[in-house]
Design a protein around this ligand. Structure first.
Ligand SMILES: [Mn+2]
Length: 243
């Protein structure tokens, strides 16, 4: 069985010249370390290229980045809304639809968790401090590989529980938005101490759809839970065996 091909969504520059597609290398290393081959999915790809690539992919990682355009969930933009890209929203919402249609394993990280929720009809808190205060720093000033807040996971009868195996984690945090109303078919399975939702998964556990609000790609060097999450999506992609 060849190594599974894992689509990794990229960011896109907003209002910069020249226009670029880019992604933090930590995602690529984390996928490779888990045994997958990362394939970059850039918002600039044509519909034909997206279709051709999709037919070859075994799994999907949705990465972090700027905010989802609030009109995608029926709201006007908050003053702190940042780095919105209609092209990126369009690509990633389409990828969620394709993955659910074709039962392709999905691991969604930070913005990816938010995209997943919006794709399934959910909404977001547009600025976490407005709603939850500043007891927990979700936009940590510390470096990316440093874990700074706790997360409590529901481990019984959850996929994330079977992957990670522990109910208490320490995570890094780089988000100013979070899940508000939950999308259909999703369940919340992890929370920060201030009750910000930090993990989601599909209610149908036969599907591999797992989402976290933190950045495990920056923790794989020293955190078993982070490694387990990447290994799980790559293993699920391999088991699906589309190729
Ligand atoms: Mn957080």
């Amino acid at each position: 069985m060849p190594a599974p091909l894992i689509g990794v969504s990229t960011s896109v520059t907003v209002d910069e010249y020249p226009e670029r597609a880019y992604v933090n290398a930590a995602y690529l290393r984390a996928v490779e370390q888990a045994g997958g081959v990362p394939i970059l999915l850039a918002p600039q790809l044509s519909p034909a290229a997206r279709e051709a690539l999709w037919a070859r992919l075994d799994g999907l990682v949705l990465t972090g980045g700027g905010d989802v355009e609030p009109s995608r969930f029926g709201e006007a933009a908050h003053p702190k809304t940042t780095l919105v890209s209609a092209d990126r929203d369009g690509l990633e919402l389409e990828l969620v639809d394709r993955a659910l249609r074709d039962d392709v394993p999905v691991f969604a990280i930070c913005r990816g968790l938010q995209v997943l929720n919006v794709a399934l009809g959910g909404t977001l808190h547009q600025h976490v401090p407005d709603v939850f205060g500043d007891k927990v720093q979700h936009s940590q000033p510390d470096r990316r590989h440093l874990a700074t807040h706790d997360v409590k996971l529901q481990t019984e009868h959850t996929r994330i529980g079977s992957i990670v195996g522990v109910s208490e984690l320490r995570v890094n945090s780089f988000h100013h938005q979070s899940v508000h109303r939950l999308g259909r078919d999703l369940r919340e399975v992890g929370w920060a101490p201030d009750n910000v939702i930090e993990a989601l998964e599909h209610a149908d556990q036969r599907r591999f759809v797992v989402a976290v609000q933190w950045h495990p790609e920056d923790l794989v060097g020293h955190d078993a839970a982070a490694r387990a999450l990447f290994t799980a999506v790559v293993d699920a992609a391999r088991a699906r065996g589309k190729n």
